[in-house]
Design a protein around this ligand. Structure first.
Ligand code: T3D
Length: 264
């Protein structure tokens, strides 16, 4: 296990596991944890041994968003420029998750509030413990949904549910989040890490280049016309068709054996 104390990092069987690690504060973000998560995500981009990412939290919570202790108005001084903190700390990590051409699995082990919920929604496949809940906590403190929340909630749920969650800050239980399509599955608490690790390992053993292109296409579909998307599918399929993993996939099928993908 390596990484900063605030995000532990482990690479095993092609899976880079990043564990938010400030359990006493429900893994809320301070500057150190932002930078440690960024370092982990940058490694995921650069390290060919890392073929999938598993993001989770230590202790009973996944992430409670911003550490409000670092925003205490009673300490005096000028009001913080939260536009700057989003630009400097939150947005780079969101962009690293979305632009990573490798699968990012999120195991939501407990409460996910504020930016913590929205970072989970930015991941590619989200499993949550049945006891977990998602809270757009921003409304309770006079803020707006950030970390991509105003975008992802609206796109996934549509305006009525996005607005209700964001305006009321009502906790959304994991099973309801799955029913609404915000996450992939809600699973028994005891089996969360087993299932999330199995899934991440299976993805890490997959045709990484093709999976990365698939992620790129699905994300682009939200803004593309059908025509633009058909052109993009043509270009991505051309690239996938030139990969060693495609040749291996077809050969393995014809030889009636399991493929051994190399991730290229
Ligand atoms: O500032 C910027 O840069 C802009 C970006 C903003 C992004 C955001 O995420 S804004 C939203 C910030 N987050 C919140 O408003 C959530 C605050 N937390 C809560 O509402 C509750 O803690 C939860 C609903 C998440 C969980 O409730 P519960 O009852 O299970 O736990 P708890 O007792 O409230 O919390 C346990 C401990 O964690 C507690 O510490 P203590 O008393 O045991 O020493 C609590 O203070 C601490 N904690 C929880 N959330 C935060 C936190 N400490 C600092 N910051 C937190 N966000």
């Amino acid at each position: 296990m390596t990484g900063s104390e605030t995000v532990s990092t482990e690479l095993a069987e092609g899976v880079l596991t990043l564990t938010l690690n400030r359990p006493d504060k429900l893994n809320s973000f301070n500057e150190e944890m932002h930078l440690a998560l960024r370092a982990g995500l940058q490694r995921a981009h650069e390290d060919p041994q890392a073929r999938a990412v598993l993001l989770t939290g230590a202790g009973r919570g996944f992430c409670a968003g911003q550490d409000l202790g670092d925003r205490d108005p009673r300490k005096g001084g000028p009001a913080p420029d939260l536009g700057r903190t989003l630009e400097t700390f939150y947005n780079p990590n969101l962009r690293l998750i979305r632009s990573l051409e490798k699968p990012v699995v999120c195991a939501v082990n407990g409460v996910a509030a504020g930016a913590g919920a929205n970072i989970a929604f930015a991941c590619d496949i989200v499993l949550a413990a049945k006891s977990a809940k998602f809270i757009q906590a921003f409304a309770k403190i006079g803020l707006i949904p950030d970390a991509g929340g105003s975008w992802s909630l609206t796109r996934i749920l549509g305006e009525p549910r996005a607005k209700a969650l964001a305006l009321t800050a009502e906790p959304l239980p994991a099973e309801k989040a799955a029913e609404w399509g915000l996450i992939w599955k809600a699973v028994e608490d005891e089996s969360l890490m087993i299932q999330a690790t199995e899934l991440a390992r299976a993805l890490a053993a997959g045709p990484t280049l093709g999976l990365g292109l698939t992620k790129r296409l699905i994300q682009a579909a939200a803004v593309n016309s059908l025509d633009a998307q058909l052109d993009m599918e043509r270009d991505c399929q051309r690239a996938a068709g030139l990969s060693a993993d495609y040749a291996e996939g077809v050969t393995a099928f014809l030889e009636k054996r399991k493929p051994e993908f190399q991730g290229k």
